[in-house]
Design a protein around this ligand. Sequence first.
Ligand SMILES: Cc1cc2nc3c(=O)[nH]c(=O)nc-3n(C[C@H](O)[C@H](O)[C@H](O)COP(=O)(O)OP(=O)(O)OC[C@H]3O[C@@H](n4cnc5c(N)ncnc54)[C@H](O)[C@@H]3O)c2cc1C
Length: 398
Amino acid sequence: MDFQPDANLQVFREEVRAFITSRVPKELTGLPRCTRSPRDQVLRWQKLLSEQGWSAPYWPKEHGGNGWTVQQQLIFDEECVAHGTPTLDGFVHTLLGPVLNVFATQEQRDEHLPAVFRGERLWCQGFSEPGSGSDLASLKTRAVRDGDHYVVNGQKIWTSYAHEADWIFLLVRTDTEVKKQAGISFLLVDMKSPGVSVRPIRSIDDAHHLNETFFDNVRVPVTNLVGTEGQGWAITKFLLNNEHAFAADLPALRRYMRELREFASKLPVDGTPLIERPEFALKLARLDAELQAIGMLVQRVAQLEQRHDPSSPILGSMLKMRGTELQQRLTEAQVEALGSYGAVAYAHPHAEAPERPYPLQQLARGIANDMFFRRASTIYGGTSEVQRGIIVKMLFQL
Ligand SMILES: Cc1cc2nc3c(=O)[nH]c(=O)nc-3n(C[C@H](O)[C@H](O)[C@H](O)COP(=O)(O)OP(=O)(O)OC[C@H]3O[C@@H](n4cnc5c(N)ncnc54)[C@H](O)[C@@H]3O)c2cc1C
């Protein structure tokens, strides 16, 4: 494995930086950190990327993407995070998009992808239900065929950003008579359809990311079925198996570490900066060593994915588990480093600035919220316990 910096990648990094500094309006850079930017920013950012010819940074050329290598994609993400640009709509770029590229009809692609690239359409993911999270195949939302339509009834939960989405990709049960996995289908549903309603769930970070989504006799054209009836589970497995190199969210981890060093060295806690206390310096060194290890693993996975190596699913689970656990420890250490400013910083990053300024205010805002929200990162996208189960099963061929 080669860990030497690649000169071509450095040129690519400069190209991304040049784009961000020269073509992106000031108000769309230096944004406070968040897991997802507000709708208007996500849409404007997408439009800007498309104008640059970078409409699908993670897709291969044959599917209308940029054709970047996994390393280039990681560099793109890292520069975006470092410059505080808005987030992309991850649901379409990393989940739905690859599914449409492989399983959808040309009509379905023509209907949805141009609208996404023009920055006009956001998506959300309707998989989980009350009682069907890790055990997703037990889902109960029903879709019954009625002529040219399916009639959908049921409830989804934890539907991130459903309140801002135009469309939802949905797992539904179309057959109750077969093995549970075989009775699931994959539908695309317009959120404006009569019978769709969204109820907010406020999370521990005092923000509105999550929702319950209800379907009450929602009529969905049969032409919105992706793949064939009953193929939903195979499509889901394909979708969840994508992009392991991104599972750890390395750019975010690196940003957390940079900020942590800055807080620990600049903010006095009870008179001295934390970095001068040996126990905190040791903690920082340990966190940094873990970050370096994750960085190397990401490089390894990136190289394997580039070669389509079949062993990467285990590494993907390892990265999801270790990366999200490190996110939690880094954000906890950040709150600790903020000392008494931690409580002041408990303001949503998009809220008005507090009247009395405090040191590193711009950086420190939203830290405590983020620390709280990151409690969820070892749950969404497959819990740490489930990842451990996958690793063991694959290692021991169970
Ligand atoms: C912030 C956030 C955003 C989310 N966004 C979305 C979204 O946009 N769309 C969507 O569809 N879903 C979303 N989810 C749902 C997410 O996918 C589920 O929460 C997750 O799959 C876990 O399911 P569950 O909550 O039902 O917990 P359960 O599956 O009930 O798990 C409860 C506990 O049991 C453990 N457990 C379960 N099964 C096993 C097992 N086999 N072995 C060992 N331990 C096990 C789990 O690790 C956990 O600790 C989101 C969740 C969160 C927290």
